[in-house]
Design a protein around this ligand. Structure first.
Ligand code: JBK
Length: 273
């Protein structure tokens, strides 16, 4: 897979040299090219932004540097045999980044990222490249960042670990929290390792029992507990067919009741634990 990133802060992308993504690059599984947008400015001050038409706060990134940088990055990619680019634009106005979208992007041979600072990029840039390639405007969450670079790191890590041969056999995708069928869309419960006692704290006895059925049941109950506490929306959205009799007992204890459509809703009186 080839990745191009055009940014005014190339140093911000240094983490792409580290860990899983860094190793994938070293092995030749990922070809990452980071470009400094200011290399495509032609005025004395290397200007990349200007005031917004219509007024309002902040600055907007100008069309010309983006157009020149993207044309050159695309031409270079094609010259090196890349094909099928998609443009990935991190923006709080984009569609939510999910594991499903990570899988979709991991199946593309070439991603071109345009992280923006300020109030974003002049709309005509996206409109122009949308005539040449698929465009994904993507948000990694409902919070305010100073720019899209951190989102590029997030998206790249989620995508790179899905590439064939990037993850070792030890960590497989089947267990990914949000992978379809992992815990059927539930969050994972707590995990423990040696030593068996630490600062007077033991570990749940069932995990030492060697009883695989009981351990699986305990893990499932803990997953239901944690999902109830942190992501009740996941239980509400869940196809109720994934819940067995014991799940339903636990859900009832946690204050969930099946509605007319079989999906679970929460009794507002319910207490946690
Ligand atoms: C946000 O991808 N995002 O979520 C994002 C990109 C750029 C700025 C932002 O504030 N949230």
């Amino acid at each position: 897979m080839r990745l191009d990133v055009v940014t005014i802060f190339p140093e911000y992308l240094e983490p792409l040299n580290v860990s899983l993504v860094g190793k994938a690059r070293a092995r030749g599984q990922l070809d990452v090219r980071v470009h400094d947008l200011r290399d495509w400015t032609y005025d004395r001050h290397n200007t990349v932004d200007d005031t917004p038409y219509g007024g309002g706060p902040g600055m907007v990134m100008k069309t010309e540097p983006w157009g020149a940088a993207l044309d050159d990055a695309l031409a270079d990619g094609y010259e090196h045999g890349a094909h099928g680019p998609v443009l990935v634009v991190p923006t709080p106005s984009g569609r939510p980044f999910t594991q499903e979208l990570a899988v979709e992007l991991s199946e593309r041979p070439w991603l071109v990222f345009t992280p923006a600072r300020y109030e974003g990029i002049d709309r005509r840039v996206v409109d122009e490249y949308a005539t040449r390639m698929p465009v994904y405007e993507v948000s990694i969450g409902d919070y305010v960042l100073a720019g899209g670079e951190a989102a590029v790191l997030v998206i790249t890590e989620a995508v790179a670990r899905l590439l064939p041969g990037v993850l070792g056999n030890a960590e497989s995708h089947r267990d990914d929290s949000f992978a379809p069928g992992a815990m059927a869309g539930l969050l994972e419960g707590p995990v423990y390792t040696k030593p068996p006692e630490w600062r007077d704290r033991g570990i749940p006895e069932v995990l030492l029992s060697g009883h695989h059925g009981k351990i699986a049941r305990w893990r499932r109950d803990e997953a239901l507990r944690r999902t109830t506490a942190n992501r009740p929306d996941l239980i509400e959205r869940c196809d109720p067919a994934v819940f067995d009799k014991k799940d339903r007992e636990m859900l009832s204890i946690l204050g969930w009741r099946p509605g007319a459509d079989g999906r679970f809703g929460r009794n507002p009186e319910a207490v946690e634990e």
